[in-house]
Design a protein around this ligand. Structure first.
Ligand code: COS
Length: 384
């Protein structure tokens, strides 16, 4: 499935070098300033990071899912905020268009997303609709050759930077659940679209979220994704299937980074007359982390290959997101524990990572939502 090993390895090497030489040294600056420097954003564009998953015909790299998760393993070995900036173009912000968009919609928007000229956001969550996404209340009412959108979206990643939003809104108020929902592309600058103040988060400084507010916002009818009403919830779920696999890969890379840091510290730090890595209780934490990372990495690669083989991986993506994000949380906890008091102060990156990775168990579907998706699938299959 890897289409050309040599080209792929060149890309992976270039990204790994970029992470080591440019992103890791900038982590602390970004954490302090809450901004990714413009020169780094420019280098991300040149590397093609904004277009990893966008088809080549629209200027992207057109990576397979397997290739994409291999890239994600590398890019996640630094602060997650860097990935977050291009992550919505690779995943949830662009995939609605890629999976269900019309040819005209793709031709119009995807080249600008692939180059990073435009940042895309995915606007599903609302103040009253988080895990229960199908209960969303944002309305889109047809008026001639426009839709008029009203409602508020919450915690929208990259909204402060976004040039376009994939917005899920209810076009049929008679249908309360998923069937009444449609997906739209809304461009920044459309009258009636405004942003709330940037959220103060526990971690991931440098990555921004805020409310997106629609008030009598008129969007051309041609911006209805796929040109069909009522399929927007399914579009969102398909987007999330892929997104969850990508996030699971990010969890693997972040856990590898934290374990590297913890191992280095354990080898350097001496107590009771020897390096703490010599103590079996420390070794147990290192070994458990290594084994769990390997398990998550193997799961992610397996699910990615199956997706490339056109298998339905909705449940497997949830398995990966569930296991990898929880694994990442355990590794973060052990990495802090191995650092001892030093793990609780910001001099060491592990303190920041501990806060940054907490989000992985929540966004793109909480652990509990992944459990529900997995269990429902088991029950459905058992009853046929
Ligand atoms: N791919 C395609 N279609 C899907 C799908 C998927 N992965 N998952 C569900 N659907 C379809 C179902 O088949 C159903 O279609 P029919 O009505 O034609 O049968 C429809 O979508 C509704 O599905 P379901 O009945 O399962 O919807 P629920 O309201 O019960 O909710 C959950 C499903 C809870 C899984 C969904 O709301 C969810 O994922 N919530 C979490 C949202 C989330 O991740 N938010 C993060 C925000 S983005 S950072």
């Amino acid at each position: 499935m890897i289409r050309d090993d040599e080209t792929l390895n060149l890309l992976l090497d270039a990204i790994s070098r970029f992470v080591r030489e440019r992103l890791v040294p900038a982590e602390e600056h970004v954490a302090q300033t809450d901004e990714i420097p413009a020169d780094i954003v420019g280098e991300m564009r040149e590397l093609g990071l904004f277009g990893l998953s966008i088809p080549e015909q629209y200027g992207g790299l057109g990576l397979t899912m397997e290739e994409e998760v291999l890239v994600a393993f590398e890019i996640a070995r630094t602060s997650p905020c860097f990935r977050s900036l291009f992550g919505t173009n690779v995943g949830i912000g662009s995939q609605g268009l890629i999976i269900d968009g019309t040819d005209e919609q793709k031709a119009h928007y995807l080249p600008k997303l692939a180059s990073g000229e435009l940042i895309a956001s995915f606007a599903l969550t609302e103040p009253g609709a988080g895990s229960d996404a199908a209960s969303l209340r944002t309305r889109a009412v047809r008026d001639g050759d426009h839709y008029v959108i009203d409602g508020t979206k919450r915690f929208i990643t990259n909204a402060p930077e976004a040039g376009l939003f994939t917005v899920m809104a209810r076009t049929d108020p008679e249908i309360k659940g998923a069937g009444g929902i449609s997906a739209f592309i809304v461009e920044r600058g459309t009258p009636g679209l405004s942003l709330g103040k940037v959220d103060k988060k526990m971690g991931q400084r440098g990555a921004h979220t805020c409310d997106v507010i629609f008030e009598n916002c008129r969007v051309p009818a041609r911006n209805l994704i796929g040109g069909v009403e009522g399929i927007g919830f399914k579009t969102a779920m398909k987007v999330l299937d892929k997104g969850r696999l990508h996030i699971a890969a990010i969890c693997v890379g972040a856990a590898e980074r934290m374990l590297d840091d913890a191992l280095r510290y354990a080898l350097e730090r001496a107590q009771f007359g020897k390096a703490i890595a010599e103590f079996q209780l420390i070794q147990a934490m290192l070994a458990d982390s290594r084994a769990e990372i390997y398990a998550a990495r193997s799961m992610v690669l397996d699910a990615a290959r199956r997706r490339d083989a056109n298998q339905d991986v909705a449940t497997l993506a949830s398995c990966c997101k569930l296991f990898a994000s929880e694994m990442c949380g355990r590794v973060a906890d052990r990495a802090v524990q191995i650092h001892g008091g030093a793990g609780y102060v910001s001099e060491y990156a592990v303190e920041r990572f501990y806060r940054d990775v907490r989000l992985f168990r929540i966004y793109e579907g909480t652990t509990q939502i992944q459990q529900i998706v997995i269990a429902r699938d088991m029950m459905r299959k058992a009853s046929v």
